[in-house]
Design a protein around this ligand. Structure first.
Ligand code: MN
Ligand code: MN
Length: 477
């Protein structure tokens, strides 16, 4: 409608009211092509990065290729860092921090993108292998919030590391290549599921029921008691040089075996495992890799253990970020002091790069649609997370939300805001609170998704691309 045909009321409404818009409708063909292209990189990186260890290892590869140097080496040799220098730190092969040194002193604050690279999954128990009814299985212990029934009757892969008796270790990744076998957890046929079907969803499948089917071929020796188990041990020994006791010092993760796929006739969405939070971690990583000589030092923090509370020395509650910043201060400023680190933290800003639940029309009643997020509506700003009365939320200040809102508006970043579901419905947290506790200004800011925490999470290509652009704008602000 042309301007002159609009009524006074329509013009006033346009000026005063806030309307959410579909991001696809606000961009041209070229932008859409760029979004689709970016998601090709995204899918292939995620296909290779199904565990936190794999994500960290692939992060290191990209970082080195982009000219990043190991911070430990710089510290050991006392190499001074200047604006534009790029450094990284891989923490115990499971989490990472990267930085591009800015023009301003680090003690005056840095810009941080913080995402997590672990995802809900099934871990093998420490004594996992057993035989029952002439079938071999692995016992598992689930990690993070899963709906257990979703893990039945789908192809599964095994990824991880086994530390052997002699101290050497071997990496295992099986179930991803075309010729690899896959594994699975069986389910009861409907014909015999009368009792199971009466149970509550939360009780129909138990944690101890998540046993992974491994094999059925008996070892040919009548003197052996558990022949199928022995066949598996024999194969594992021949292939990886491991014995059963080695499982005690192993970290093996069961993840969905499917590769990432485009979803929909229009291929506008991406489907695959572990997009919480790699839908934010990958755009965050790409943004820092592509940042050159920013004003404030640009930092990308990729943490582990978020799905179980950010605990441990690779999680967001550890000192890894502070240690990293302390080392950077020592290599960029005249001298290091605790006061400089504290000054850096309290003047730093962070986008807690994590996903949000998009409204799913199949389950509308759990969302409050005026304050919910939508697939394809751009990056999500979430002022607070938490549950019930905002418990466990760091709740970003109006000032900081205002700052980011202005930054995004000034740079044409399409954004939306939203909460995780209705007030009394449930809730969730991110790493935001742990950074906020250090004095950092933090706002949750990431991609909306459907089927979160499932083996096949759905995101919108435009949201992933907008998020990548938003993160770049932030790191360069
Ligand atoms: Mn998350
Ligand atoms: Mn999660």
């Amino acid at each position: 409608m042309s301007e002159e045909k609009k009524t006074e009321g329509q013009k006033l409404e346009e000026r005063l009211s806030f309307r959410r818009k579909n991001a696809w409708e606000k961009v041209d063909e070229e932008y859409i092509k760029k979004a689709y292209d970016f998601c090709e990189d995204y899918k292939s990186f995620l296909n290779m990065s199904k565990t936190e260890r794999e994500f960290a290892a692939n992060t290191e590869k990209l970082a080195v290729a982009a000219g990043f140097r190991k911070l430990d080496d710089m510290t050991a040799s006392g190499t001074r860092l200047k604006p534009g220098d790029k450094v990284y730190f891989i923490n115990r092969k499971k989490s990472a921090v990267l930085a591009v040194i800015g023009k301003k002193p680090v003690s005056e604050g840095v810009n941080i993108l913080g995402a997590h690279i672990d995802a809900p999954r099934l871990d093998l128990k420490q004594n996992p292998l057993y035989e029952d009814t002439e079938l071999a299985f692995f016992k598992t212990h689930y990690y993070g919030g899963i709906k257990k029934y979703q893990w039945l009757t789908i192809p599964l892969a095994i990824h991880g590391i086994v530390v052997k008796g002699d101290g050497t270790s071997v990496e295992i990744s099986i179930g991803e290549d075309e010729d690899d076998p896959v594994f699975t957890i069986t389910d009861l046929l409907p014909h015999l599921a009368r009792e199971q079907m009466q149970k509550k969803m939360s009780e129909a499948v138990t944690g101890e029921g998540l046993n992974v089917l491994l094999g059925s071929l008996p070892y040919r020796d009548d003197k052996v008691k558990e022949k199928v188990k022995l066949t598996i041990l024999d194969i594992l020994n021949k292939r990886y040089g491991i014995v059963e006791e080695d499982f005690q010092s192993a970290e093996l993760e069961i993840v969905p075996a499917q590769k990432f796929k485009d979803v929909g006739f229009d291929k506008s969405m991406v489907g695959g495992y572990g997009q919480d939070d790699r839908a934010c971690a990958y755009p965050a990583l790409r943004s820092v890799l592509e940042t050159d000589a920013p004003e404030r030092t640009a930092v990308c923090l990729l943490t582990d253990k978020e799905e179980i509370g950010s605990m441990g020395n690779t999680g967001a509650q550890s000192t890894m970020l502070q240690d990293f910043l302390a080392n950077i201060i020592a290599l960029t400023e005249e001298s290091y002091s605790d006061l400089k680190l504290r000054s850096c933290l309290s003047k730093s800003r962070m986008l807690s790069a994590d996903v949000n639940a998009a409204v799913d029309p199949n389950y509308e009643n759990v969302y409050e649609k005026r304050n919910a997020t939508y697939l394809g509506h751009g990056i999500v700003l979430q002022k607070y997370t938490g549950a019930r009365g905002k418990y466990d939320s760091s709740d970003a200040s109006a000032e900081f939300v205002g700052e980011i809102r202005k930054l995004f508006n000034d740079n044409g970043i399409m954004w939306q805001t939203g909460e995780l579901g209705k007030v009394d419905e449930g809730g969730g947290g991110t790493i935001a609170q742990y950074a906020a506790n250090l004095g950092i200004d933090v706002l949750d800011c990431g991609v909306a998704m459907l089927s979160m925490h499932s083996p096949f999470e759905i995101t919108s290509k435009i949201d992933i691309y907008v998020t990548y652009n938003a993160y770049k704008v932030f790191l360069n602000s």
